[in-house]
Design a binder for this molecule. Structure first.
Ligand SMILES: *Cc1c(COP(=O)(O)O)cnc(C)c1O
Length: 448
């Protein structure tokens, strides 16, 4: 351990970590970044294949984003957003209006994904209350969902890993069995099913919808659950069911937004719109903490009244609408528009998936390599026929992660699932290197 690493451990409690692990794998001190690469203070190079927790969209130190932020910095760094505004925020909403699912019109700013989810939940609850549905107080969500780690967001999440210990603190929510396409209980596969698994949603809506104000989903991709991918038809069906029972549909597009799934938003695949959409992560290209909860005129209008009716949405965050975040987001929009980012990414997505499949599909422990957009997830199993997973105590994913780090690839796993979720600007050569390192690391730990 070098001096800086020792000092780090003296002061810093890192997120989502058993700090004791850092005795054997000390924090890697990153000095600079460039494109998909990060460099530590000893000059070692790493490919950031997880986009620094899925937020880096267009590479590190992107010259255009840097320029936009620097320009903004010289005129205004921040201003109170109640009763005040600024051009970057206004322009950004105008730009986003052109690319978001139709019907979404009003933008409520916050500063991280969990906050955007909390905002959506409160908005949905208050909308129902103010339109006379005072009994609609609960939320529905999918099992294995993840929506952030504040108390409200944890309540509509269902991953024991994050939520179990806090259960006594959480809201009572209704969980619908999520699609599990790799181990489909109906024996179907993703591209030829009718979402037979939607049955549980129907049952739960019938039983509980009278008490439910909204349903929240991670569209098409349950990220933290291990990049579980399900078909767009499920969202279409959910849209009809929500309409039938007057339940608002909240899209958590925090991980899926801005081209991650091959289209601008995951909901675009299903050709339906949610009532409320949360975006964050890729919004500023991974530069600044910013999030937006976007909703329809119908919902907005239920809050619009004379002050003394008490219908306003009394919800705020100090850094709402931060101008530096907005300017970064404006640069991202300009690049997405002008540099054919999504077109290039979808070509490279085909290349990446073929490459990974050729390298790994015969491996005895590779159960499935599923993909959407540039996202590819490798589910490791003990036995391919039974699809039985490894005991989580073996920490197979973590061991492979450590090997890959040695070789210069940041392959941070989700349990027994390894995944690629690279910046959209990754090129073929960088893909080749990443697949090569990933394959070597897997073979080192699980010899083939
Ligand atoms: C990351 C994430 C969140 C939480 O965002 P934070 O900024 O980490 O609070 C919520 N939902 C999804 C789907 C995410 O991937």
């Amino acid at each position: 351990m070098n001096e800086l690493q020792k000092k780090d451990l003296k002061y810093i409690w890192h997120p989502c970590s058993q700090m004791k692990d850092y005795e054997t794998l000390p924090p890697i001190i990153i000095e600079r970044g460039n494109g998909v690469y990060l460099y530590d203070n000893e000059g070692k190079e790493y490919i950031d294949i997880v986009s620094s927790w899925w937020c880096n969209l267009l590479g590190h130190c992107n010259p255009k984003i840097n320029e936009y932020i620097k320009n903004q910095l010289d005129s205004l760094e921040h201003v109170i957003f109640a009763n005040f505004s600024h051009e970057p925020a206004i322009q950004l909403c105008e730009e986003l209006s052109k690319i978001i699912p139709s019907g979404l019109k009003k933008f409520n700013f916050s500063d991280n994904g969990s906050a955007a989810v909390e905002c959506a939940l409160k908005m949905a609850f208050q909308y129902q209350y103010q339109t006379g549905n005072t009994k609609k107080t609960k939320f529905m969500c999918l099992t294995e969902g993840y929506h952030g780690e504040t108390i409200g967001a944890l309540s509509v999440g269902s991953m024991d890993l994050y939520a179990k210990i806090y259960k006594p603190m959480l809201m009572d929510t209704i969980h619908i069995e999520a699609p599990e396409c790799y181990r489909c209980p109906y024996g179907k596969c993703r591209d030829n099913c009718q979402c037979e698994c939607f049955e549980d949603a129907k049952k739960k809506f019938e039983k509980y919808a009278d008490s439910v104000c909204a349903m929240i989903v991670e569209p098409l991709l349950q990220g933290s659950a291990g990049m579980r991918i399900y078909p767009p038809l499920y969202l279409k069906k959910l849209r009809s069911l929500c309409d039938k029972y007057n339940v608002l549909l909240i899209a958590d597009e925090i991980a899926t937004g801005f081209g991650r799934t091959g289209k601008m938003f995951a909901f675009d695949h299903a050709e339906v719109s949610p009532d409320i959409m949360c975006i964050s992560k890729g919004l500023t290209g991974g530069y600044m903490p910013m999030a937006i909860t976007i909703t329809t005129d119908e919902i907005y209008n239920a809050f619009y009244a004379d002050y003394n009716e008490g219908k306003a949405f009394m919800h705020s965050h100090t850094y709402s609408g931060n101008p530096l975040g907005c300017s970064a987001a404006l640069a991202v929009q300009k690049i997405l528009r002008e540099d054919n980012i999504l077109e290039n990414a979808s070509q490279n997505a085909v290349y990446l998936h073929n490459k990974l499949t050729n390298a790994l599909k015969e491996h005895k422990n590779v159960g499935e390599i599923r993909h959407i957009g540039l996202i590819n997830a490798i589910e490791l199993v003990e036995d391919k026929t039974s699809k039985a997973g490894f005991d989580s105590k073996l920490r197979i994913g973590y061991q492979i992660y450590k090997k890959a780090l040695e070789y210069g690839l940041i392959l941070r796993p989700l349990g027994n699932v390894l995944y690629f979720n690279p910046p959209l600007i990754i090129n073929k050569e960088e893909i080749d290197r990443s697949v090569d390192i990933c394959t070597r690391a897997i073979n080192d730990i699980l010899s083939c």
